[in-house]
Design a protein around this ligand. Sequence first.
Ligand code: 1HE
Length: 268
Amino acid sequence: MLGLNHTAFSLNLPASLAAGLEGKVAILRLNRPHKRNALDDTTVIGIDAFFGALPESVASVLLVGEGEHFSAGLDLSELEERDIRQGIEHSRLWHRTFEKIQFGKVPVVAVLHGAVVGGGLELAAAAHVRVAERSAYYALPEGSRGIYVGGGGSVRLPRLIGVARMMDMMLTGRTYSAEEGQAIGLTTYLVETGKGFAKGLELAHRIAENAPLTNFAVTQALPRIAEMEPSSGYAMEALMSSIAQADPEAKSRLKDFLEKRGPKVTRG
Ligand code: 1HE
């Protein structure tokens, strides 16, 4: 197990999280395996703090879970005491935190294994690239608990898998396997159990080498353009591409290619 330490970030994360740095990649590990990485308030606030305090040197984040499961979702033991107003505040806390992941400073790669359920799936949906190990499975047990998603699932999950599949998951308690999740678009990489961390780290390092403006365009502009009506989308795309190509970083990468130094596209 990779030893992660908080000191790299000079911030006090709760014991339910561990953080570390590997080159330009910051690693955040859900570290509450005895509770299957259930997300209590302390953990969610810690995730918020982590994404709010990324050092300048960090160019991508790898999000992983300790133990047999990525995350069992909302910590159900905290649910009993909340009234309606507190429930709304709680959901908004998750929204703010997961927005910091989706629309934060750098791209985020999530590695999924074991249970990725309820709020755990909502958390995964806020990342930009998802890698599944074959042990992963996905469910939205909110239906059977008499509750509803509250961590942005209604917004992000239909965009990944469609309203009909999310309805089915919530109404019938359907569980998708790692292979099915890959087929329906929950993940874009599927690897053997135990290989997710290495694959996720490789991808995070690869992403960290992109021009920062490209990563900004892809994570910030692309999802917004995709929601626009087409004529506004084309205008926004033209602006974004002209800004990116005017950057000195782009100029030097193009020059490298034209002078036979840049990488070629390979079959993979
Ligand atoms: C928990 C939680 C939790 C485990 N909150 N404590 N999420 C769920 O409905 C999923 C509930 N969890 C499970 O179905 C199972 O725990 C798992 C399939 C994830 C894992 O099973 P297993 O056999 O490995 O572990 P376990 O024996 O069930 O659980 C181990 C401990 O973790 C146990 O505590 P212990 O003190 O008795 O040892 C469990 O109580 C505890 N635990 N999951 C609290 N979720 C923003 S809205 C989002 C809404 C939702 O996410 S709803 C979905 C909630």
